[in-house]
Design a protein around this ligand. Structure first.
Ligand SMILES: Cc1cc2nc3c(=O)[nH]c(=O)nc-3n(C[C@H](O)[C@H](O)[C@H](O)COP(=O)(O)OP(=O)(O)OC[C@H]3O[C@@H](n4cnc5c(N)ncnc54)[C@H](O)[C@@H]3O)c2cc1C
Length: 460
């Protein structure tokens, strides 16, 4: 199918992975596009920065899978990640996730007792109830609830059970995939994608130079349609159909609009319809990521260390050079400290050096000589990091997930879909939605094309 020369281009809001995937797919199928990116560069959350000392900082994403790299034809430009592991710090003990937790008799007894109460089972109404039903009250209270609360900023009783959607599937599957990872010496991806099944043949990889490579690769064929520093100010809707976008005061007619903007921003952008107003109540958790440059390596017991206990002001530590040594110079490492906050609160506004000092102080129970090893820090603040699955708007979230109410307006990507998805799912889900958009444009075009008389009809 090719687009009619009279059809306006599809307007794409945002130049992260979702927007670029949409633009690339539509263009390959002969549909004209225009991509407007608010910021001075593409890639959105998939950006990495290198400093003069040889440290690499990922803004959001840390790695992708070899399956996504192959789909984007950048497999040859990626390095394999050979190991990946997560642990939980409880008291003085580090317990590997999930099997170390399962070896704690108290936690297991609590889970087993809960499972036996089959007469008392009702569908969970909150994340707290879901965790208690699934893992038992002890593990829920000591690990799952505090982590969900630090992550979201809401009590687990006020979170919907959907907050648990991102947790990997069955124990048996996790066990099998972990064993295959050990055998193949690759970080087999577990719980990474919901769109495509896990497999021992799908593992983590890191693109040369950083995650932005994916986006640069997609953008390389789209240079003539990408407009940077061009925030979309409005999406105009007429008769419940998206018809144009406004950028820097100028109106651009559009055959359809693909938005990758976060939901609460989309609600503000739409003019001429109130049907997406309910999205303005959706919230995202802001995060401060403090990247500590440190002497030495292997300061954390695992790549990711979860810290659910209240004594820590952070809930997660990540030492990426443990599995991707190229992210720090030899003999040095990076510890990323994740702190949930609100925009404008004391954590958000704390000067970078002070945040670094604060983290070093709080790290002492885990890295006793943290101060002697400390070389400085780089702080990344993101106001829109994680969607918050609040019970207060759960029915609206489900309504939004079921499909968009405005014709010709498609929401794609992590924040636009209000879904805790990784880059691979952003990619597959965007393609799925763009196939639908392509079909609907073809139908619209067929309806407008005058029917040419057939040869037989012309003869009569
Ligand atoms: C802390 C963190 C860690 C992560 N780790 C991983 C990981 O290890 N692996 C993985 O695969 N994924 C990871 N992810 C997820 C991954 O980063 C995202 O799924 C993916 O990058 C989202 O791409 P996107 O295009 O949907 O959104 P974004 O990257 O947010 O892009 C949206 C773009 O839209 C632009 N925009 C917004 N409003 C407007 C407007 N009005 N006009 C014009 N432009 C606008 C923004 O400037 C932005 O560039 C992580 C995410 C976070 C937050």
């Amino acid at each position: 199918m090719t687009s009619s020369s009279t059809q306006a281009p599809v307007a794409i809001v945002g130049g992260g992975l979702a927007g670029l995937t949409a633009a690339s797919y539509l263009r390959r199928h002969g549909i004209a596009v225009r991509l407007f990116e608010a910021g001075p560069r593409i890639a959105g959350l998939a950006q990495s920065f290198q400093d003069a000392d040889g440290f690499t900082y990922d803004f959001g994403a840390h790695f992708i899978t070899n399956r996504l790299a192959a789909a984007l034809s950048i497999g040859a430009l990626c390095r394999d990640v050979h190991l990946y592991g997560e642990s939980v710090l409880l008291g003085a003990r580090v317990r590997n996730y999930p099997f170390g937790l399962l070896s704690n008799p108290r936690l297991v007894a609590s889970a087993a007792a809960k499972r036996l109460q089959f007469w008392n089972r009702k569908p969970a109404q909150s994340a707290a109830q879901w965790f208690a039903d699934k893992y038992g009250p002890a593990l829920a209270a000591e690990v799952a609830n505090p982590l969900a609360e630090a992550w979201s900023g809401l009590p687990a009783t006020e979170l919907s059970p959907a907050a648990a959607d991102s947790i990997p599937g069955s124990i048996a599957e996790t066990l099998m995939l972990k064993a295959m990872g050990r055998f193949t010496h690759r970080a087999v991806a577990i719980g990474y994608s919901r769109e495509v099944p896990p497999s021992p043949n799908v593992w983590h990889v890191y693109p040369e130079g950083g995650l932005g490579l994916l986006c640069q690769h997609l953008a390389s064929e789209l240079a003539d349609v990408i407009e940077l520093e061009s925030p979309v100010e409005a999406i105009e809707v007429e008769n419940n159909r998206a018809i144009s976008v406004q950028v820097r005061g100028q109106r651009h007619p559009a055959a359809a609009v693909v938005s990758t903007a976060p939901c609460h921003i989309l609600a503000k952008l739409v003019r001429g319809s109130d049907s997406l107003q309910y999205l303005s109540q959706f919230r995202y958790r802001p995060m401060v990521f403090v990247n500590l440059r440190m002497e030495g390596r292997g300061l954390c017991p695992d790549v990711v260390l979860w810290t659910p206990e209240k004594r820590f002001p952070f809930f997660r530590l990540t030492e990426t050079p443990l599995c991707m040594p190229w992210l720090a110079p030899a003999g040095k490492t990076l510890l990323t400290v994740d702190i949930g906050c609100q925009v404008g609160d004391p954590t958000w506004t704390m000067p970078d050096e002070q945040l670094g000092e604060f983290c070093i102080e709080q790290l002492k129970p885990i890295v006793p000589d943290a101060r002697q090893r400390y070389l400085g820090c780089r702080v990344l603040r993101t106001p829109v990091a994680y969607p918050v699955f609040a019970r207060a708007y759960e029915s609206d979230r489900q309504r939004f997930a079921a499909g968009q109410e405005i014709h010709g307006l498609y929401s794609v990507g992590r924040n636009a879909e209000f879904s805790h998805i990784f880059m691979e799912d952003v990619y597959w889900r965007t393609l799925k939605k763009m196939r639908r958009l392509r079909q609907s444009l073809a139908l619209a075009q067929d309806a407008e094309t005058p029917i040419e008389p057939t040869r037989e009809a012309a003869c009569t």
